[in-house]
Design a protein around this ligand. Structure first.
Ligand SMILES: *Cc1c(COP(=O)(O)O)cnc(C)c1O
Length: 386
C-alpha cells in the first residue's frame, strides 16, 4: 500500500533527523565476555548475562539432552497439550527457592508483565471497583504495556520514594503496587522489606519485577523478594540465568487464577525443551554461585569508586548495572562510539528509554569479565568522557 509506505518512510526520516533511529546489527558472541562486531572483537559491557551462564557447560548439556529426548518444539499451549512433567517440577523448585506456594512459567518477561497485569486487573475479578495501580516512575516498558492492556491509568510515585507511595496509599479502596527490585537503567534497588510492610499495612497487593536481581542478588541468589510478603514476585531466566523465559512466584490460588486468565499463558505455545533444560540447569546452579555473586558485587563497587574518582556520575547504582550519566544525547552517543573504537561495547541509552537530560552509557558487569577487562573499562571510559 503506497500510503502506508509513504508514512513509514516519513516516520523513519523524522527519527533519522532527530538522531533517534534505532538499528539492529549482527554480532557474533565469542565467549561469555566478548563479541565480534563488523570483524572487530569487543569486550561486552552491555549484556545482562551477569554470571556468564549462557555459556555454562551444564546449561548447554541439559538443553541438548532435553532436546534429544523431547524434541525442539513443545507443540502448543500448555492448556491445549499439557506440559512436560519436568516443567512442573521446575516450577515447584522455583516456588521453593522463592519461598512461595507456587510458581508459573511464562515464555518471556515481556509477555509475563504484559499479560499478568491485565489478568490481575480484570473487571470480572473486581466489578466496578478495580484497584488503583500505584507504579514507580521508572518501571520497565513491559509493565507499562500491562497497565495499558488493562486499560487503567497508573498513579505514579516518585522513584523509590516510599513516603510518596505511602501518601498515595491513603486513598480508600483496593490498591496494587507495581515496582522493581533492581531498576534496569539505573542499577539501584528498591527497599523490598519496607515496600512489603507498607503494602501489608495498607492492604495493598504488591507486584515486584526481579528481572535484574534473579540469579544475582538475595540470600540464595533468587532475588530480593525472598522472605518478604510480596503477592507476585516476577523474574526472568533471560538475564542472570543465561536462558530465556520468565516466572511469577505467588500463592497457589493466584497461580490457578493466572492459568485461567493470563492470555500470555493461555494463548502462547509453551517454552521448548531446550530452553526448559537450560533453565533447569541454571536454577540448580544458582544457589552455588555465591563466589561469582561476591566477585560481581566487588567489581561493581570498584568500578563505581573509580568512576567517582574521575568525576563521573553513576547515579544511585548499587548493583552490577553501572550507568555513567552524561546527560546530553550527543555526548553520550559520541562516548559510546569512541568506546567501541577502543574495543568496548557499552550501549548509549537515551530518551524515551530514560528521562530527558539523563542520557547515559549503561554498563553491565559480568562475573565472566577478567580483572584486565574491568581495568580497561575504567581507563577507557574516563578517557572518552574527558
Ligand atoms: C528485560 C526486562 C523484562 C523483560 O524480560 P524478557 O525476558 O527480556 O522479555 C521485564 N522487566 C524488566 C525490568 C526487564 O529489565
Amino acid at each position: 500500500m503506497q500510503d502506508l509506505d509513504h508514512r513509514l518512510h516519513g516516520f523513519l526520516d523524522q527519527l533519522d533527523s532527530a538522531g533517534r533511529r534505532r538499528r539492529l546489527r549482527p554480532i557474533e558472541p565469542l565467549d561469555a565476555a566478548r563479541v565480534r562486531i563488523g570483524g572487530r572483537e569487543l569486550i561486552n559491557f552491555s549484556s545482562n548475562d551477569y554470571l556468564g551462564l549462557a555459556r555454562h557447560p551444564l546449561l548447554i548439556e541439559r538443553a541438548r539432552e532435553w532436546t534429544a529426548r523431547w524434541g525442539t518444539g513443545s507443540g502448543a499451549s500448555r492448556l491445549v497439550t499439557g506440559h512436560l512433567a519436568a516443567l512442573e517440577a521446575l516450577e515447584a523448585r522455583i516456588a521453593a527457592a522463592k519461598g512461595a506456594q507456587a510458581a508459573l512459567i511464562f515464555a518471556s518477561g515481556w509477555q509475563c508483565n504484559a499479560s499478568v497485569l491485565p489478568a490481575l486487573l480484570d473487571r470480572e475479578l473486581w466489578g466496578d471497583e478495580r484497584p488503583a495501580v500505584l507504579t514507580d516512575r521508572l518501571i520497565h516498558a513491559s509493565l507499562h504495556m500491562g497497565c495499558q492492556a488493562a486499560g487503567i491509568r497508573q498513579q505514579r510515585f516518585r522513584h523509590n520514594d516510599l513516603a510518596h507511595l505511602a501518601q498515595l496509599l491513603e486513598r480508600p479502596g483496593p490498591k496494587l503496587i507495581v515496582t522493581e527490585s533492581v531498576f534496569s537503567m539505573d542499577g539501584d534497588r528498591a527497599d523490598v522489606a519496607a515496600l512489603a510492610a507498607l503494602a501489608t499495612q495498607a492492604d495493598a497487593a504488591l507486584y515486584v519485577d526481579e528481572a535484574h536481581a534473579t540469579g544475582v542478588l538475595g540470600s540464595n541468589g533468587f532475588g530480593l523478594t525472598v522472605g518478604h510478603a510480596v503477592d507476585l514476585a516476577m523474574g526472568t531466566f533471560s538475564k542472570g540465568l543465561g536462558g530465556f523465559g520468565a516466572y511469577v512466584a505467588c500463592s497457589g490460588a493466584m497461580r490457578d487464577y493466572l492459568v485461567n486468565r493470563a492470555s500470555g499463558l493461555i494463548y502462547a505455545t509453551a517454552l521448548p525443551p531446550a530452553v526448559l533444560g537450560a533453565i533447569d540447569a541454571a536454577v540448580e546452579l544458582v544457589p552455588s554461585l555465591d563466589p561469582e555473586r561476591r566477585r560481581l558485587a566487588e567489581r561493581a563497587e570498584f568500578v563505581r569508586r573509580s568512576f567517582a574518582a574521575a568525576g563521573l556520575d553513576t547515579g544511585l547504582s548499587a548493583t552490577q548495572i553501572v550507568p555513567v550519566i552524561l546527560g546530553d544525547e550527543r555526548r553520550t552517543l559520541d562516548a559510546a562510539a569512541r568506546l567501541e573504537e577502543a574495543g568496548l561495547l557499552g550501549v548509549a541509552i537515551r530518551p524515551p528509554t530514560v528521562p530527558p537530560g539523563t542520557s547515559r552509557i549503561r554498563f553491565t558487569l559480568s562475573a565472566a569479565h577478567s580483572d584486565a577487562d574491568i581495568e580497561r573499562l575504567v581507563a577507557e571510559t574516563v578517557r572518552v568522557t574527558r
